[in-house]
Design a protein around this ligand. Structure first.
Ligand SMILES: Nc1ncnc2c1ncn2[C@@H]1O[C@H](COP(=O)(O)OP(=O)(O)OP(=O)(O)O)[C@@H](O)[C@H]1O
Ligand SMILES: [Mg+2]
Length: 274
């Protein structure tokens, strides 16, 4: 309520929320991909979304990326309601990294261009001159992702892990207020996974880094510094909240549909059949 007693904002707490979903469902024909979901993400939170194949994780993330509208319910992103905001204004404020992007990057584009072009919301188009500040920022992110030795390599010649790291640098380039990562460690070998988990952990622990949502199938891939978890199964929420409360034997067992035992050691989780 404003001082005059009139409501100045219908949802006053929204400004602190990066994502807010109220009773959201996504339907395609007879299938319900996401069911009756209530979820919110605050500025300083880092969420992991876990669930088996087909649980609705990518569908959820695409809504958070303003790429997909709900069939029912309300999605607010960065204080704006999806459906009432120009998504082309919203999307540059969100860094989205998924393997779907992989195929959209021209193979002959070099790493630096893949990263710096994000600031211009371009993909695969070389602008003759980028701002020197942008180039400096791109180089810093490329270095932070361990890609400096390959800065001039064509994207098409990179390994899976190198591509992932390049695309994460790209997602961070526009200084997003929300970072979304769909299975960033999929397809990486053990060393590549551990390297990436370490880098994502550094990012998670950085106070200036954006709110983040990371989708994965494996508790081993949860970077230390992540704070919350959402467990999905068949489009429905099994559990959500603080990581330590949510990643339990019982919840993982219900999520993946087989008896699982989870361990938490040195900030890292692991799970096996129990
Ligand atoms: N357009 C569509 N029509 C019907 N079903 C769809 C459509 N798009 C996705 N689905 C189904 O919705 C379910 C959820 O898909 P989604 O990609 O969100 O799952 P996911 O949790 O990301 O799975 P994965 O771990 O395999 O990536 C899947 O069963 C998928 O086949
Ligand atoms: Mg998926």
């Amino acid at each position: 309520m404003g001082e005059s007693g009139e409501r100045t904002d219908v949802t006053p707490d929204l400004t602190d929320l990066v994502i807010r979903m109220d009773d959201v469902s996504v339907r395609r024909g007879p299938a319900t991909l996401v069911r009756d979901l209530d979820w919110s993400v605050e500025l300083d939170e880092r969420w992991v979304v876990l669930g088996p194949n087909g649980a609705g994780k990518t569908t959820l993330l695409r809504m958070a990326a303003a790429e997909l509208h709900p069939s029912a319910g309300a999605v607010h992103l960065l204080g704006e309601r999806l459906g009432r905001v120009d998504v082309f204004e919203l999307r540059p404020r969100i860094g989205f990294c998924s393997s779907a992007l992989n195929g959209r990057v021209p193979g002959d584009e070099i790493v630096r261009d893949v990263v710096v072009s994000a600031g211009y919301a371009l993909l695969g188009r070389w602008r003759e001159q980028y701002d020197s500040l942008d180039l400096a920022r791109a180089d810093k992110l490329i270095d932070a992702m361990g890609m400096w030795p390959l800065v001039s390599r064509p994207f098409g010649t990179l390994s899976e892990g190198e591509r992932k790291r390049t695309l994460i640098a790209r997602a961070l380039m526009a200084d997003p207020e929300l970072l979304l990562l769909d299975e960033p460690a999929a397809g990486l070998d053990l060393g590549g996974r551990e390297d990436l988990v370490g880098r994502l952990s550094e990012l998670a622990l950085d106070d200036t880094a954006p709110a983040s949502v990371l989708v994965t199938h494996h508790v081993e891939e949860i970077p230390p510094g992540y704070t919350h978890a959402l467990l999905l199964r068949s489009g429905g929420v099994v559990a959500q909240g603080l990581l330590a409360d949510v990643i339990t034997d019982e919840n993982l067992t219900r999520t993946f549909g087989l008896p699982l035992r989870v361990r938490h050691e040195d900030g890292r989780y692991s799970a096996r059949r129990g």
